[in-house]
Design a protein around this ligand. Structure first.
Ligand SMILES: Nc1nc2c(ncn2[C@@H]2O[C@H](COP(=O)(O)OP(=O)(O)OP(=O)(O)O)[C@@H](O)[C@H]2O)c(=O)[nH]1
Ligand SMILES: [K+]
Ligand SMILES: [Mg+2]
Length: 429
């Protein structure tokens, strides 16, 4: 970073018009910006009323609430101020324009406030990721996991591991020094091995955590079966809206249709597919191929065919469909009438029960691909260390483990991913 960073500003609240608009200014000139527009800098961390005037023309822009937060104990780690103005389009535009005339100020880029928080050590990388996830969270389970991550749940855990690692490494180093002096007793040696094994277990357990990608994109529920089984009707019933065309004609659905839905606070992607049959129709045949590909990638399959014909897959709910007019299929898990509503509640409950195991529990964080990669490298090095007898090599493996942990929290080797991460944020965050 520069010795003296730019002072940046942006509208941090939602798109106008709105009741209020909150404009944030961060950087060494934040107080100066307040002085330029409000004529004074208020007492730290106290909201106060001010008339905002254009610094050049002196025109009255708005009546506002202003706040000043002196760094470094602020959201960005810098001097920070907020202008709570009326959220009309032209009010916000006028105040932003006025700020642009203050020398040394410039408009913030997407995610730049959060990036400064990271660069100034206010948050680590996992917390920044948690904030990014929180901004896009649409379901309860996404919000809970993102909140835990943003609140530092994963950082705290890694900090704990780093401490254990440090203690182990110190003992290994001490043994290396002793063995140089040639007086190490074999039985006093290697007391650190159990601690190493424990750390290895902890990291292995973390690797089994639910995937953040699945949490973000939803659990893939594929509705499949022969033509006219009632798949699209069930899709519409579960989605609560008319997503797919239904009709008495077999072969109505020819392409797959996806609908993201939130059920019981969990994110799902419902996928309706073409009825599985040998078809002479080329387009329908392609649809059937797609259906089979979806079945391969499904997290859960809702099977509406004969229970014995079911495809192989991890989790299958065999549904005896059209229970209002059709007899129960022996071997099915439950009877459902998508039109009449019978069995829909039980199906929903079953889906949610299955999903609960795939998504993070209360207070637990899901880990993303980046975390997973670093953790599996760390696990690999921990394993190598555990099987190594040469203490110098053990020490080297432990050093590698530390670097992998550092990568997760952003202490090292992450420059390449920072732009990608902070680019996910909107301007003003
Ligand atoms: N009585 C009754 N009819 C149903 C039910 N579900 C679907 N149907 C009817 O069955 C017919 C076929 O339903 P679809 O939902 O189009 O079946 P599909 O499996 O998507 O059919 P394809 O896309 O052609 O493979 C339609 O006429 C629906 O109204 C149900 O629960 N009860
Ligand atoms: K049909
Ligand atoms: Mg259909």
């Amino acid at each position: 970073m520069n010795a003296r960073p730019d002072t940046i500003y942006a509208l941090s609240s939602g798109t106008p018009p709105a009741a209020i608009g909150i404009i944030r200014v961060s950087g060494p000139l934040a107080a100066g910006a307040l002085a330029a527009l409000a004529g004074r800098v208020p007492q730290p961390r106290r909201a106060s009323y001010a008339r905002l005037r254009h610094p050049k023309s002196g025109d009255l822009l708005d009546h506002a609430l202003i706040l000043f937060f002196p760094g470094p104990r602020t959201a960005t780690g810098e001097d920070l101020c907020e202008l709570h103005v009326h959220g009309g389009r032209s009010v916000v535009a006028a105040v932003l324009e006025a700020l642009s005339t203050v020398p040394g100020l410039r408009a913030a880029e997407a995610g730049e406030f959060t990036r400064r928080a990271f660069e100034n050590g206010r948050i680590d990388l996992t917390e920044a990721e948690g904030i990014a996830d929180l901004l896009t969270a649409e379901t309860e389970s996404q919000r809970r996991s993102a909140l835990a991550m943003a609140g530092g749940a994963l950082s705290r855990e890694i900090r704990g591991w780093q401490e254990q690692l440090l203690a182990i490494a110190a003992q290994v180093e001490a043994e290396i020094d002793f063995s140089d002096e040639g007086d190490v007793g074999a039985e006093s040696a290697e007391r650190w091995r159990p601690a190493l094994a424990e750390l290895e277990r902890d990291v292995a357990r973390a690797l089994k955590r639910p995937s953040a990608e699945r949490l973000r994109d939803g659990i893939r529920v594929v509705i499949a079966g022969p033509p006219n089984a009632g798949k699209s009707t069930l899709m519409n019933a579960l989605a609560g809206r008319d997503v797919a065309i239904t009709s008495p004609l077999a072969g109505t659905t020819r392409d797959s249709i996806e609908a993201p839905v939130s059920l019981g606070g969990y994110p799902f992607i419902l996928i309706d597919t073409a009825g599985l049959r040998e078809s002479q129709d080329m387009i329908e045949a392609i649809g059937v191929e797609r259906a089979e590909a979806h079945l391969e990638a499904a997290d859960v399959i809702l099977w509406l065919g004969k229970p014995d014909d079911r495809p192989s897959g991890p989790r299958i709910i065999r549904i005896s469909a059209k229970s209002d007019i059709a007899p129960f299929e022996p071997g099915a898990d439950l009877a459902v009438s998508a039109l009449g509503g019978e069995g829909l509640d039980r199906l929903l409950a079953l889906l949610i029960e299955i999903s609960a195991g795939m998504l993070p529990a209360e207070g637990e964080v899901a880990i993303n691909r980046r975390h997973r990669e670093a953790f599996s490298h760390a696990a690999e090095s921990l394993k190598n260390a555990a099987h190594e007898s040469d203490l110098l090599l053990v020490a080297e493996e432990l050093r590698q483990v530390r670097l992998h942990f550092d990568r997760v929290t952003g202490q090292s080797g992450v420059e390449d991913m920072l732009d990608a991460l902070f680019g996910r944020f909107c301007i003003g965050k």
